[in-house]
Design a binder for this molecule. Sequence first.
Ligand code: PEP
Ligand code: MG
Length: 925
Amino acid sequence: MSENAGNSATKYVYDFTEGNKDLKDLLGGKGANLAEMTNLGLPVPPGFTITTEACRVYLESGEVPEALNDEVSAHLAALEQTMGKKLGEPSDPLLVSVRSGAKFSMPGMMDTVLNIGLSDASVEGLAAQAGDDRFAWDSYRRLIQMFGRTVLGIEGAQFERALEEITGPGASPGATSDADLSAADLKKLVKRFKKIVKNEAGRDFPQDPREQMDLAVKAVFTSWNGERARLYRRQERIPHDLGTAVSVVSMVFGNLGADSGTGVAFTRDPASGQQGVYGDYLQNAQGEDVVAGIRNTVPLAELEALDEKSYTELLRIMETLENHYKDLCDIEFTIERGKLWMLQTRVGKRTAGAAFRIAVQLVDQGLITEAEALRRVTGGQLAQLMFPRFDEKAADGAAAEHGVQKIAHGIAASPGAASGKAVFDSYTAIKWSRSGEKVILIRRETNPDDLDGMIAAEGILTSRGGKTSHAAVVARGMGKTCVCGAEELEVDTKRRCMTARGIDSSTGRGTVVVEEGDTVSIDGSTGKVYVGEVPVVPSPVVEYFEGRMHAGADDADELVVAVHRIMAYADRVRRLRVRANADSAEDALRARRFGAQGIGLCRTEHMFLGERREYVERLILADTDGEREDALKALLPMQKQDFVELLEAMDGLPVTVRLLDPPLHEFLPDITELSVRVALAESRKDANENDLRLLQAVHRLHEQNPMLGLRGVRLGLAIPGLFAMQVRAIAEAAAERCAAKGDPRAEIMIPLVGTVQELELVRDEATQVIADVEEATGTTLGLALGTMIELPRAALTAGEIAEAAEFFSFGTNDLTQTVWGFSRDDVEASFFTAYLEKGIFGVSPFETIDRDGVGRLVEDAVRAGRATRPDLKLGICGEHGGDPESVHFFHEVGLDYVSCSPFRIPVARLEAARACAAPHSSDSR
Ligand code: PEP
Ligand code: MG
């Protein structure tokens, strides 16, 4: 079909029989999967998909591509032939839905229009064909309402008010909801709706079915750039330039009576990963009614009693889909008078825990390989699993002790433990969260307009809707805690409160009213809702990494076993090693338990604080070499002891110790405090000599931009003996560990180098000190000497610097701030929000490596460094070392290791493996 009349070579329209699941870029997820199901021989209503390419042309030029109209006509004609009906034909109309569908799922964020093809004439034909007047007029009023809102931009409330008037007091006897309206009521309503269209849009509701369709297609294209779609994309890091495809699907009806209905199903539980029958079904309903969470649904298993034939067929199809996609699928279906139709499928969103469990289940079923299992989980999900959980005992047992009371038990829709102040609208959620409050957004049900409130909230609670309601789907996608369908709660958004009834289990009575600002806690893993703040406990996954829970135990937690297995695959395949940023033995031991293969950054500054500050002050105030040497001598044994402990904790693994980096003023008293103290003392005429000297020193060392001042190697060169003392401490500690039959592997790292000359000076001094210690102790220490690359100049001259360095460790924190020219300590709170909102940043460059700028310098430095010294060891120790996307970058540019904080080590291990399993895919949407 369809080598069509368009002049251009580009093909903009694909019949469902022409596409497949791998064409998501072009056909969107929905279009590609409808095509795939069609090709599998599943019952899909026939239709065709207009490509994302056509959308992009429309968004850029404001016009659909020239060839599109003819292509659509050809496909429509073919569709009409298949269906044996013509679009909108008065006596027996073909009706279609016009559905959005982007490459990445954006639930409810774009528009869809159903029942296209109905008009004053064809509504009668539909009524006659269906033998149901009421149904036909209900479909027509739905079309005008949806079309009016999405295509003509009329405020939805206009239609809702008209509907309320007809179902409210004074309406037809007994009509309390739209489902009770008679055909006559609906005819009246259609008249009202058409009037609204005329008044608000200044035009009649279009009677020409093709015009309806073309306008609907354009409206769906336009909805790609709607405010909520843009917001969702920013949140989910979906590029803004993809565009949406549009699928035109022949209508099937779930609202034709009790033998019809619509539903949503999952092939496995998206919350836990358990295999089984999961989903919701709504009898006598159409389209989005289920997802919108407007009417309460019944569990899918109840369909068996209602329509056994369709139920059995559905289960068979679900099995076919799972085996075909080799993954959890979610499905939308409709039953029209006992005939099952598949309206959509896709690889379904799932919770972090379910992702891990499903991945290993599928390996065990022989459906996927271990490498594929790694592609099915993400470091972000693992990080989520490491968050603390509510302490069930404290929550349920000793309620009074913690001032906590359980008030409802809803559906566990998206796991996590969230506490915060109750808010009842998105506006307040955003406002309060901006001022630093944690909030729980409470709604009867959510809709796409609540998106920014959901982003701002710690968790979401709704009193209506099932596991597939908007709140549940979106919260799961964001990894945000959500309890939905807590029916014991009456949510009153106008009065900003909710009432929980019948909460006293002993008497069955009692009412609690939660007002805006009261603290509530929601448990997205159990569905429980509490007033008060429930204490938290560590997650079992952290207990596992800590070694307090064992995957091999008989009663091992299923999630822990899944994590254990995935981590074992990960460690087998990854190339990047993972080290820790740790500067105490305690941190080092924890890092080891979490899988660290050494320390990539031991910052030594904390070793100069506390009681040692006094010696640092003496060092800074020293007037003579003797005084300075005395101060350094006093510091030496303390430093040495620090390193002995650290090397013992990391015995057998490399420990990179960075020599002192921060500006000296950080070790001195605050300038204002000290000035006041001295001024007061002077006024009392008892000024302290030491304070006066200190104040002079503080003034002398004061810098406007201390982060660009006397730091790092500059400090080492400015204060004679400081770095030598540190090197001696490291060397003596290593010698002591050797004497104790340990295996110390210290590496000495020089910070903030900008030119090779700086490094050479420090290296020569250090080499001499090490040689002295080796001679004195009769030990060969094998200490490596290297540098951080954290200034643009260092990166640009990496080839020369490598002549004096045995290793490089990229300090991407400083490198980011110096490449961009903004201070990491200041900017996140100032203009970053605006930059993120304007899309200048998709994400803060301090969080994820800026590949194009900072990343390029890293890449060039790697190349130049290795050209000079082929065995140069390369690592990264900035915060990016634990960020999933950045880990992929560091793998790609060929570093040897990443180093990050102990808690992020498992994430880095996993992502390092995922980078091997899927070199270009840090993305698992
Ligand atoms: C860096 O700059 O990336 C780094 C690790 O050093 P610090 O954060 O201590 O400046
Ligand atoms: Mg730094």
